[in-house]
Design a protein around this ligand. Structure first.
Ligand code: ADP
Length: 333
């Protein structure tokens, strides 16, 4: 969909690639993280060593892959890209690790989805730049130690809570990426419009920014939908075009999309406002638990519409007000 936080097609990936900032200076927002990374990279360069391992945590589309590329770019090191789902066995990881060149940056996206056996291999690799490779089976099995070239691991995760502590502890630095403010997304959009040579009026950019779920990827994508709308209707990409285009793609004034609203409605209408557990909620809207937990929930929490309690997710009074509904009275039939 127009607001799907994960890229869907080759065209989409190419589009994202073209808009990716290449330096920390061009990276909009996340000021704290940017300064912290700058110091980390500078110190490593001064001592001529590989930078510490870096964990990037946060919802999809906030710039984790972009930052990994910037780390490689700014430190002048080659980048190897892999992902958790591609590492099904310890052997898959051994193959990647043993082929790294000295000082290489290894990016593992969705690192929480890596196989357990690989996680354990990664602990040793991160700490001592060494792995043990098991050869043979049963009584004759032996482990052969293998020295690795020093490398920097950049891990990205949308669910840092799912990472085992020993893995989390081995990162020298963790950056928790936050949703972007509207004026930051405006800057992202201005940059994209300029790069793409689009004539979009400032009030229109602001309107797109405020409806982008705090997410640069969604902002860039909505910009294209508005551009298309203006093209087809032979008009300018102005404020009215934004409103018409976003209505067409079912994005509401605060940027909630269809799934966000489905989850909110389910909590209020089917579970009396909660608390409701993640798996029950996911089943009731027909979505993956992971999508609800990593994409929908963080934004609804950030908007103050849902709160998390030990017993489950609860609709806040703001959510009831927004829906123009009354919460059930405790004790009523
Ligand atoms: P993630 O890896 O967290 O899912 P990406 O790094 O792939 O997100 O970013 C998605 C898109 O959003 C990229 O095309 C990038 O151009 C844009 N983007 C993300 N963060 C920023 C930022 N801080 N400034 C400018 N553009 C950004």
């Amino acid at each position: 969909s127009a607001v799907d936080p994960v890229p869907q097609s080759e065209a989409e990936l190419a589009f994202e690639g073209a808009l990716r900032p290449k330096s920390l200076t061009d990276f909009v927002g996340q000021a704290g993280v940017r300064k912290q990374l700058e110091v980390l990279l500078k110190a490593a360069a001064m001592q001529n060593r590989t930078p510490d391992h870096i964990l990037l945590a946060g919802p999809p589309g906030l710039g984790k892959t972009t930052l990994a590329m910037i780390v490689a770019e700014e430190s002048g090191r080659p980048l190897r890209m892999s992902s958790g789902p591609a590492i099904q066995h310890a052997g898959d990881l051994a193959a990647v690790l043993s082929s790294l060149t000295p000082g290489e940056i290894l990016f593992i996206d969705e690192i929480h989805r890596m196989a357990r056996s690989a996680e354990e291999m990664l602990y040793l690799a991160m700490e001592d730049f060494r792995i043990d490779i098991m050869v043979g089976k049963g009584a004759g099995a032996t482990s052969i130690p293998l020295d690795l070239a020093p490398f920097t691991l950049v891990g990205a995760t949308t669910r840092s809570g799912l990472l085992p502590n020993p893995l989390r502890d081995r990162f020298g630095f963790t950056a928790n990426l936050e949703f972007y403010a509207v004026d930051e997304l405006e800057r992202v959009l201005l940059r994209a419009a300029t790069l793409l040579g689009l004539d979009v009026r400032p009030p229109a950019l602001r309107e797109i920014a405020s409806r982008s779920r705090g997410t640069p990827r969604i902002a860039n994508r909505l910009l294209r939908r508005v551009r298309d709308w203006a093209l087809v209707h032979d008009g300018t990409a102005d404020h009215a075009a934004v409103q018409a285009a976003l209505e067409l793609y079912d994005v509401d004034e605060s940027g909630l999309d269809r799934l966000d609203r489905a989850v909110l409605d389910a909590i209020m209408d089917r579970f009396d406002g909660g608390p409701v557990g993640l798996s029950t909620l996911a089943a009731s809207v027909g979505e993956e638990q992971d999508t609800i937990a990593s994409v929908v929930e963080p934004f609804l929490v950030r908007m103050g519409l849902v709160s998390r309690t030990p017993r489950g997710r609860v609709a806040t009074s703001a959510a009831w007000r927004r829906a123009g509904k009354r919460p059930p009275v405790a004790g009523a039939p």
